[in-house]
Write a protein that binds this ligand. Structure first.
Ligand code: AMP
Length: 284
């Protein structure tokens, strides 16, 4: 595996690959890699001539400076994992490599309410940074296929909307949430949890799964109250629990009115903010 930190060097390589008609699969990450990230790399390896993974802790998507500072970083261990998985190129740029001085890379598109709900409501400006960095990375890497996780449901929904609005020449593939044996969704932030909290964190999965299996038994507002109550403990505090339309991310009031419903939550455990979601209903 090649590790490339210089953006111009990567761009030159990409030009050569494109000339040789090779297809490129791309997985953007912020590092501190785990099996969830590897589960995005695997289909990329199977479906493309070349697989590129980026590791870039994007400062513009952190609304809390302390969260950015505390974000786990370990390039050597990450490189090892990616190399063993069979990745061709690890792109690990500097902040200047992504946002050269004096340049403005804001993505000026109106995604309406989709940006404002859920994480958008609780992390102001977060998705401006996400759209900005993904657009920038797509411009540099020029992949045929982009691999993202359902773990960040609103994120992939917005990226899909951006791809459509800007007619970007890339196919988004969304991969299922990879979980620990107890159901806790894998996340780089889990590294900051104690062993005990990692076990207790299964309450998030159990809450979502219980709703999925019994959805018809209560109304949406009853389930919301029930979920908040489950997640509110001495050691855990829910920030929100919402049911949204899986296509538009609009609030769901009556389950009968929607073909596709996702439940999303953010929960604080030991000062770590964990997000998770589950598709509760999907009629194909
Ligand atoms: P991150 O490094 O957290 O920015 O995540 C990079 C990509 O990995 C995003 O597309 C995430 O949705 C995806 N991802 C993170 N955790 C998981 C997981 N547990 N299962 C599947 N994909 C994940």
């Amino acid at each position: 595996m090649e590790i490339i930190k210089n953006t111009q060097l990567l761009e030159q390589k990409i030009k050569d690959y494109k000339k040789a008609n090779k297809t490129i699969g791309f997985t953007p990450t912020m590092g501190a890699l785990h099996d969830g990230h590897i589960s995005l790399v695997e289909p990329s390896l199977a479906e493309n001539d070349l697989t590129i993974v980026s590791i870039f802790v994007n400062p513009t998507q952190f609304n809390e400076k302390s969260d950015l500072e505390k974000y786990p970083r370990n390039l050597d261990a990450d490189a090892d994992l990616l190399s063993k998985a069979g990745v061709d190129i690890l792109y690990a740029p500097s902040v200047e490599g992504i946002y050269p001085d004096g340049s403005d890379y804001e993505v000026d598109i109106d995604l309406g309410n989709m940006v404002k709900v859920l994480e958008g409501e609780h992390r102001p400006g977060h998705f401006d940074g996400v759209l900005q960095v993904v657009k920038r990375l797509l411009d540099i890497v020029k992949p045929d296929h982009l691999y993202m996780g359902q773990k960040d449901f609103q994120q992939f929904s917005l990226i899909q909307a951006m791809i459509q609005k800007l007619q970007l020449p890339v196919n988004l593939r969304v991969c299922p949430i990879k979980r620990a044996a107890n159901g806790l969704a894998l996340s780089s932030r889990n590294q900051r949890l104690s062993k005990e909290a990692t076990l207790l964190g299964s309450i998030i999965y159990m809450t979502l799964d219980h709703i999925k299996n019994n959805f018809h038994q209560k109304t949406v507002s009853e389930w919301k109250k029930w979920a908040i109550d489950q997640l509110d403990n001495d050691w855990s505090e829910p920030e929100y629990f919402e049911f949204s339309d899986g296509y538009s991310l609009e609030d769901v009031e009556l389950q009968e009115n929607h073909q596709y419903i996702v439940a999303s939550t953010a929960v604080w455990i030991e000062k770590v903010r964990l997000i998770d979601n589950m598709i509760i209903k999907k009629v194909d």
